[in-house]
Design a protein around this ligand. Structure first.
Ligand SMILES: CC(C)(COP(=O)(O)OP(=O)(O)OC[C@H]1O[C@@H](n2cnc3c(N)ncnc32)[C@H](O)[C@@H]1OP(=O)(O)O)[C@@H](O)C(=O)NCCC(=O)NCCS
Length: 188
């Protein structure tokens, strides 16, 4: 497997990236299921000044990609991260994450963050009224048998830093995750 800068991909490969986005998130009701929606998302990100990305290639085949938005001076938002369904659990997501983290560190980024929706029942947060003690639910959050990328991100060192209740409909929260990249700033 080879990790390359997304910007180095031939524009013809962008439809492959859109296909992975659609297929990897097919189980998520709010994500890129309408015709042309995934293609529009890829075009939008490629045209966005503050966006950067990496792609994973196996031979000639694009098998996954990761992006980030330079949202803050020292904090980037990961968006998106997708691996082709038939290539998952082979370390591709981890390799993409490592490439992005290395790039972020090299540019002085202190934290990476993302929102990971649960609008299908992948975690114990789904279907619940999380108000009024929203952050009180953080410590007990687990994935269900339906699975959720939270498991992957936790393994990568990310922690839940917030919950956005009901933002995908009642009982369908967005889970905010973040990882500290450079702890030395506060070291003695
Ligand atoms: C989340 C995703 C990017 C992970 O990519 P991947 O290539 O499958 O991940 P890796 O093979 O590097 O997994 C590393 C570890 O994360 C954990 N993990 C990854 N996917 C998991 C799953 N579906 N269930 C449980 N644990 C999982 C495991 O601990 C795994 O190690 P192991 O296989 O040795 O047990 C991929 O599953 C994906 O594209 N999912 C659909 C799209 C998505 O939800 N993207 C994130 C949106 S916020």
């Amino acid at each position: 497997m080879e990790i390359v800068d997304f910007a180095a991909l031939a524009p013809g490969r962008h439809s492959d990236a859109a296909g992975i986005l659609r297929d990897a998130l097919a189980h998520v009701p709010s994500a890129y299921n309408a015709p042309g929606e995934a293609e529009a998302e890829v075009a939008l990100r490629c045209a966005e000044d503050g966006w950067l990305g990496h792609a994973a290639l196996e031979g000639e085949r694009l098998v996954g990609w990761i992006g980030a938005i330079r949202t803050y001076s020292h904090g980037w938002e990961i968006h998106p991260l997708v691996v082709a369904p038939d290539c998952q659990r082979r370390g591709i997501g981890s390799a993409l994450m490592a490439a992005l983290e290395a790039r972020a560190r090299s540019e002085g980024v202190l934290a990476l963050f993302l929102g990971s929706d649960d609008d299908y029942g992948g975690t114990t947060l789904f279907g619940r009224d999380l108000w009024p003690d929203v952050v009180g639910h953080v410590a007990t959050t687990e994935t269900t048998s339906r699975g959720h990328p939270f498991t992957f991100y936790r393994r990568q060192g990310y922690q839940i830093v917030g919950l956005l209740p009901d933002v995908n409909g009642a009982g369908r929260p967005d889970i905010m995750l973040a990882k500290r990249l450079t702890p030395s700033r506060f070291s003695a």
